[in-house]
Write a protein that binds this ligand. Structure first.
Ligand SMILES: [Zn+2]
Length: 184
Protein backbone atom coordinates (compact mmCIF):
# COMPACT_ATOMS: atom_id res chain seq x y z
CA UNK A 1 0.00 0.00 0.00
CA UNK A 2 1.39 3.36 -0.94
CA UNK A 3 1.87 5.77 1.87
CA UNK A 4 -0.19 8.92 1.80
CA UNK A 5 1.40 12.22 2.59
CA UNK A 6 0.20 15.77 2.91
CA UNK A 7 2.67 18.45 1.88
CA UNK A 8 2.65 22.07 2.95
CA UNK A 9 3.44 24.24 -0.07
CA UNK A 10 4.51 27.07 2.22
CA UNK A 11 7.59 25.26 3.50
CA UNK A 12 7.61 21.87 1.72
CA UNK A 13 7.18 20.02 4.98
CA UNK A 14 5.47 16.63 4.66
CA UNK A 15 3.03 15.13 7.10
CA UNK A 16 1.64 11.64 7.43
CA UNK A 17 -1.69 12.97 8.53
CA UNK A 18 -3.91 15.51 6.95
CA UNK A 19 -4.98 16.89 10.26
CA UNK A 20 -1.39 17.57 11.34
CA UNK A 21 -0.69 19.28 8.03
CA UNK A 22 -3.78 21.49 8.35
CA UNK A 23 -2.88 22.37 11.92
CA UNK A 24 0.66 23.23 10.81
CA UNK A 25 -0.69 25.46 8.05
CA UNK A 26 -2.94 27.24 10.50
CA UNK A 27 -0.37 27.76 13.24
CA UNK A 28 2.77 28.42 11.15
CA UNK A 29 1.36 30.10 8.04
CA UNK A 30 -1.95 31.43 9.39
CA UNK A 31 -3.63 29.12 6.85
CA UNK A 32 -1.93 31.00 4.01
CA UNK A 33 -0.18 27.85 2.77
CA UNK A 34 -1.90 25.08 0.88
CA UNK A 35 -1.87 21.41 1.76
CA UNK A 36 -1.21 19.16 -1.21
CA UNK A 37 -1.76 15.45 -1.00
CA UNK A 38 -0.60 12.51 -3.09
CA UNK A 39 -3.83 10.89 -2.02
CA UNK A 40 -6.03 11.76 -4.97
CA UNK A 41 -9.69 11.87 -4.14
CA UNK A 42 -12.67 12.39 -6.42
CA UNK A 43 -13.57 16.04 -6.84
CA UNK A 44 -16.05 17.15 -4.23
CA UNK A 45 -19.14 19.05 -5.20
CA UNK A 46 -20.07 22.47 -3.88
CA UNK A 47 -22.49 20.88 -1.41
CA UNK A 48 -19.97 18.43 -0.07
CA UNK A 49 -17.44 21.24 0.23
CA UNK A 50 -19.91 22.94 2.50
CA UNK A 51 -20.27 19.76 4.50
CA UNK A 52 -16.50 19.49 4.59
CA UNK A 53 -16.22 22.96 6.12
CA UNK A 54 -18.93 22.26 8.65
CA UNK A 55 -17.24 19.10 9.81
CA UNK A 56 -13.84 20.75 9.73
CA UNK A 57 -15.10 23.37 12.21
CA UNK A 58 -16.33 20.62 14.47
CA UNK A 59 -12.97 18.86 14.21
CA UNK A 60 -11.45 22.17 15.26
CA UNK A 61 -13.55 22.24 18.41
CA UNK A 62 -12.51 18.70 19.31
CA UNK A 63 -8.88 19.45 18.56
CA UNK A 64 -8.86 22.57 20.72
CA UNK A 65 -10.53 20.64 23.51
CA UNK A 66 -7.69 18.12 23.33
CA UNK A 67 -9.82 15.20 22.17
CA UNK A 68 -7.77 12.66 20.22
CA UNK A 69 -9.01 12.57 16.64
CA UNK A 70 -6.18 10.57 15.14
CA UNK A 71 -5.81 6.91 14.37
CA UNK A 72 -4.24 5.66 17.57
CA UNK A 73 -3.67 2.14 16.32
CA UNK A 74 -1.19 2.75 13.56
CA UNK A 75 0.94 5.83 12.97
CA UNK A 76 1.19 5.04 9.27
CA UNK A 77 -2.49 4.69 8.66
CA UNK A 78 -4.78 7.48 7.59
CA UNK A 79 -6.59 9.84 9.93
CA UNK A 80 -9.76 8.48 11.46
CA UNK A 81 -11.81 10.60 9.09
CA UNK A 82 -10.54 12.30 5.99
CA UNK A 83 -13.89 14.00 5.51
CA UNK A 84 -14.47 12.92 1.95
CA UNK A 85 -17.84 11.76 0.60
CA UNK A 86 -17.33 8.25 1.91
CA UNK A 87 -16.35 9.44 5.35
CA UNK A 88 -19.54 11.48 5.59
CA UNK A 89 -21.53 8.31 5.07
CA UNK A 90 -19.36 6.45 7.55
CA UNK A 91 -19.88 9.16 10.18
CA UNK A 92 -23.67 8.85 9.75
CA UNK A 93 -23.57 5.06 9.91
CA UNK A 94 -21.34 4.98 12.99
CA UNK A 95 -23.63 7.52 14.63
CA UNK A 96 -26.54 5.11 14.26
CA UNK A 97 -24.63 1.96 15.16
CA UNK A 98 -22.77 3.26 18.18
CA UNK A 99 -25.97 3.49 20.23
CA UNK A 100 -26.84 -0.23 20.14
CA UNK A 101 -23.10 -1.01 20.23
CA UNK A 102 -22.73 0.88 23.52
CA UNK A 103 -25.86 -0.74 24.92
CA UNK A 104 -24.36 -4.11 24.08
CA UNK A 105 -21.07 -3.06 25.68
CA UNK A 106 -22.92 -2.09 28.86
CA UNK A 107 -24.77 -5.40 28.93
CA UNK A 108 -21.40 -7.18 28.70
CA UNK A 109 -19.72 -5.02 31.32
CA UNK A 110 -19.27 -7.92 33.73
CA UNK A 111 -18.02 -10.33 31.07
CA UNK A 112 -14.29 -10.81 30.72
CA UNK A 113 -12.69 -8.35 28.26
CA UNK A 114 -11.78 -10.97 25.63
CA UNK A 115 -15.32 -12.38 25.49
CA UNK A 116 -16.77 -8.89 25.42
CA UNK A 117 -14.45 -7.95 22.54
CA UNK A 118 -15.44 -11.11 20.67
CA UNK A 119 -19.19 -10.57 21.01
CA UNK A 120 -18.96 -6.85 20.22
CA UNK A 121 -16.76 -7.26 17.16
CA UNK A 122 -18.66 -10.25 15.76
CA UNK A 123 -22.02 -8.56 16.33
CA UNK A 124 -20.82 -5.40 14.65
CA UNK A 125 -19.39 -7.24 11.63
CA UNK A 126 -22.43 -9.47 11.29
CA UNK A 127 -24.85 -6.56 11.54
CA UNK A 128 -23.07 -4.89 8.63
CA UNK A 129 -23.81 -7.91 6.46
CA UNK A 130 -27.54 -7.51 7.06
CA UNK A 131 -29.87 -5.17 5.21
CA UNK A 132 -30.63 -3.22 8.34
CA UNK A 133 -27.48 -3.11 10.50
CA UNK A 134 -29.05 -0.91 13.20
CA UNK A 135 -31.92 -3.35 13.59
CA UNK A 136 -29.48 -6.28 13.59
CA UNK A 137 -27.42 -4.68 16.37
CA UNK A 138 -30.61 -3.93 18.31
CA UNK A 139 -31.65 -7.57 17.98
CA UNK A 140 -28.40 -8.62 19.64
CA UNK A 141 -29.05 -6.13 22.44
CA UNK A 142 -32.58 -7.52 22.79
CA UNK A 143 -31.35 -11.12 22.88
CA UNK A 144 -28.64 -10.49 25.45
CA UNK A 145 -30.96 -8.34 27.52
CA UNK A 146 -33.58 -11.11 27.55
CA UNK A 147 -31.04 -13.81 28.42
CA UNK A 148 -29.91 -11.73 31.38
CA UNK A 149 -33.52 -10.84 32.14
CA UNK A 150 -34.88 -14.39 32.32
CA UNK A 151 -31.92 -15.42 34.48
CA UNK A 152 -32.67 -12.57 36.86
CA UNK A 153 -36.36 -13.43 37.07
CA UNK A 154 -35.55 -17.13 37.53
CA UNK A 155 -33.02 -16.36 40.26
CA UNK A 156 -35.72 -14.73 42.37
CA UNK A 157 -38.11 -17.60 41.63
CA UNK A 158 -35.49 -20.15 42.75
CA UNK A 159 -35.11 -18.32 46.08
CA UNK A 160 -38.68 -19.21 47.01
CA UNK A 161 -38.72 -22.59 45.25
CA UNK A 162 -40.18 -25.70 46.86
CA UNK A 163 -38.90 -29.21 46.25
CA UNK A 164 -41.60 -29.87 43.67
CA UNK A 165 -40.69 -26.78 41.65
CA UNK A 166 -39.62 -27.00 38.02
CA UNK A 167 -36.34 -25.60 36.79
CA UNK A 168 -36.85 -21.87 37.50
CA UNK A 169 -36.08 -20.90 33.88
CA UNK A 170 -38.57 -23.45 32.55
CA UNK A 171 -41.15 -22.35 35.06
CA UNK A 172 -40.69 -18.70 34.06
CA UNK A 173 -41.13 -19.62 30.40
CA UNK A 174 -44.25 -21.63 31.22
CA UNK A 175 -45.75 -18.66 33.08
CA UNK A 176 -45.09 -16.44 30.07
CA UNK A 177 -46.55 -18.97 27.63
CA UNK A 178 -49.74 -19.05 29.67
CA UNK A 179 -50.04 -15.30 29.81
CA UNK A 180 -52.49 -13.10 27.97
CA UNK A 181 -49.57 -11.22 26.41
CA UNK A 182 -48.18 -14.41 24.86
CA UNK A 183 -51.52 -15.45 23.36
CA UNK A 184 -52.31 -12.09 21.87
ZN1 LIG B 1 4.59 24.90 6.10
Amino acid sequence: MKKNFYKCNGCERKFGRKWNALRHSRSIHSSASEIISNNIKPKTSYISNNKYNRFQKKFDILNKAGIEIYNEYDENMSDIFDIDEKDFKIIKIIDQLIKPFTELEDLLSRTDPKTRAFVLTRSFDQSLRSLNPVEAMNEMVELLCSIKGIKKIAKYRSMIATTSSLDPILETKEKIKNSYLFGR
